[in-house]
Structures are given as structure tokens and as C-alpha cells.
Ligand binder design. Structure first.
Ligand SMILES: Cc1ncc(C[n+]2csc(CCOP(=O)(O)OP(=O)(O)O)c2C)c(N)n1
Ligand code: SF4
Ligand SMILES: [Mg+2]
Length: 292
């Protein structure tokens, strides 16, 4: 069992309105406790915004700027500069956004902020769809997953935002999982020690959106890592790749079977997913070896 090395500081409070069992709430607790009180959050519309809740009843212990879905990267850049102008260069600017607000609608503002190497810690809670609006597909939705707007299954692959940001030579980009909380806490700590743009995508199995039981969030996120659907890795300055979970040991079968969004799959479709995951894993291994 993972031991999470942080001191509880009431950065995230009980009484929030996440779905019971949601591992995004658990992840927020770990991340906010690691970031600490000297921070300002920038949050676009998303489950995160709902979980944070409105002032003065916010569930999180730092100020929150609720921005628009398009503009987290730009809003956070403005907050950063305003803080710097006040001499508060050591205050963390923490974006917490969903995949729709990151891979799709907010991508232009994010990509610009990365290009300017703004001093921002950007967390993307990646539940692979527009979940607080009822579960529509995003660019992050994986191949063949059924969503409200792709009821027969998505016809394209999940967009690989990690590689896109690595191509921009971002100082730090990583993936994290609520099934590996110590690794998540370590990554936040590492990112906090780096200046410039940092990005962590956190895999969030969405209970209603993926068709999971309330107690299956952690198991699903662990299986995602173990079967290679969501590899745990980091890329520093665009070239130094580190794999944090090396033992890809499961086929995708068990992972897919837990989720109602995949219940329509044929054997052929499952095989297509397996082939695609295996090929992505091999490509990732080559990059890891090349940077050793
Ligand atoms: C430009 C724009 N389009 C649509 C919306 C409506 N909207 C609010 S939240 C949301 C879903 C966001 O999805 P994601 O970023 O993945 O967050 P999640 O709800 O999954 O946590 C949408 C479509 C909006 N606020 N702004
Ligand atoms: S809709 Fe999904 S991601 Fe959002 S709070 Fe509920 S379980 Fe969590
Ligand atoms: Mg989402």
C-alpha cells in the first residue's frame, strides 16, 4: 500500500460536492497539501470548479480565480505577472483544469503559456471527457470509448498532449495516477522546485462517465497504469524521459471490462486497442532508453 508523504494542512476540506468515491477529490487533496498555502488557483469550468465550490464556501484553502474554459493558460499568466509585480514571485500559480479545458478548448492559451515558459504549475485532471456537462467526448477520450456524443464509440485515438508539450521543450511534463499517490506527491514536489512551466496530467476514472461503481476508481486507475493505457512517466526539458512504472504486465482486457463505456466492444476492437497500446509503449521505451 502506498504511503503518502505529506502533512495535512486543511488545504482541501470535507463537505465538498464531488461524486462519492471520486478519485479527483483524493488527488486534489494530495496535490493541494503538497503545494501548500502560498498559492493561487486558476480553475476553468470543470468538475474541479464544482468541487472547489463558490466563495465563501470554497472547499479549498487557497484563493480561486474561476476563469473561462478557453483561457486558463492566459489567466494564469496574468495572475503570475500581477503577483510578480507585487514582489510575490514565490507564490505558486496553480491551474487545475479538466481535459476538455486543456486538450481542446484551452489548448491555444496553454500552448502559448508553454511557449513563453510562464512560471505556472498546470494540473490537468484527465477524466477523458466533458464530464460535468454529462459526458461528451473530448480529444482525450480514447479510441472506441462510448460517450454522450460518440454513442457508438470514438473513432480516433486519445490526443497525446504529453508528447505535444514535450515537443515544446517544457521544463517538466509528467503523468500521475491516484492509484500511485506517493508517485503523484513526489511529482508535485519535484515540479514545485522547478521554475517555469510545469504540467502534470492526472488520470481520473470518472465513475458515472466511464460506468464504474463508486469503489472502483482506484482499481481502474491502477489497471490503466499496469496495462499501459496510461503510462506513468516524466519528460524534462523535452528530452529526458523517465518511466515511473516499468512493469507493463496486463492485457487491456481487465481494464476495459470494468467500464460500461467499453461494453459494446467486439473482439476485433479490443485487439485494435491492444495493438495500439503496445505500439505506443514500445515507442515510449525507445525514448526512455535514448535519454539514459
Ligand atoms: C467555450 C465553452 N464551451 C462550453 C462550455 C460548457 N462547459 C462547461 S464545463 C464543460 C466541460 C469541461 O470538460 P473538462 O474540461 O474535461 O472538465 P470535466 O467536467 O470533465 O472535469 C463544458 C463543455 C463553456 N463553459 N465554455
Ligand atoms: S463526474 Fe466524474 S470526475 Fe466529476 S466529480 Fe463525478 S466522478 Fe468525479
Ligand atoms: Mg474532463
Amino acid at each position: 500500500m502506498d504511503f503518502v508523504n505529506f502533512k495535512e494542512s486543511n488545504a482541501f476540506m470535507s463537505g465538498h460536492v464531488a461524486c462519492p468515491g471520486c478519485v479527483e477529490a483524493l488527488s486534489m487533496r494530495v496535490i493541494l497539501n503538497k503545494v501548500g498555502p502560498n498559492a493561487v488557483a486558476v480553475v476553468p469550468p470543470s468538475c474541479t470548479a464544482v468541487i472547489c465550490g463558490p466563495h465563501p464556501n470554497s472547499a479549498i484553502g487557497i484563493p480561486v480565480y474561476h476563469t473561462s474554459l478557453e483561457s486558463s493558460g492566459a489567466s494564469a499568466s496574468g495572475v503570475r505577472r500581477a503577483l510578480n509585480a507585487q514582489g510575490k514571485n514565490d507564490t505558486t500559480v496553480l491551474v487545475m483544469a479538466g481535459d476538455g479545458g486543456t486538450y481542446d478548448i484551452g489548448f491555444q492559451a496553454l500552448s502559448s503559456a508553454v511557449e513563453r515558459n510562464e512560471d505556472i504549475l498546470y494540473i490537468c485532471f484527465d477524466n477523458e471527457g466533458y464530464m460535468n456537462t454529462g459526458g461528451q467526448k473530448s480529444a482525450s477520450t480514447p479510441l472506441h470509448a462510448a460517450t454522450g456524443s460518440t454513442p457508438a464509440g470514438k473513432v480516433s485515438k486519445k490526443k497525446n498532449i504529453i508528447e505535444m508539450l514535450a515537443a515544446q521543450e517544457i521544463p517538466y511534463v509528467a503523468t500521475a495516477s491516484p492509484g500511485h499517490l506517493e508517485d503523484m506527491a513526489n511529482k508535485v514536489e519535484k515540479a514545485m522546485a522547478i521554475k517555469g512551466m510545469r504540467f502534470i496530467a492526472v488520470n481520473i476514472p470518472c465513475l458515472p462517465g466511464w460506468g464504474l461503481e463508486d469503489n472502483q476508481g482506484i482499481t481502474s486507475s491502477r489497471l490503466a497504469v499496469e496495462c499501459g493505457m496510461f503510462p506513468l512517466y516524466e519528460v524534462e526539458n523535452g528530452y529526458k524521459y523517465t518511466l515511473n512504472w516499468k512493469n507493463k504486465d496486463n492485457s487491456v482486457d481487465e481494464y476495459l471490462k470494468m467500464q460500461k463505456r467499453y461494453r459494446h466492444l467486439t473482439e476485433e476492437a479490443i485487439n485494435e486497442i491492444q495493438v495500439s497500446i503496445d505500439a505506443d509503449w514500445e515507442r515510449l521505451l525507445k525514448k526512455v532508453r535514448a535519454s539514459e
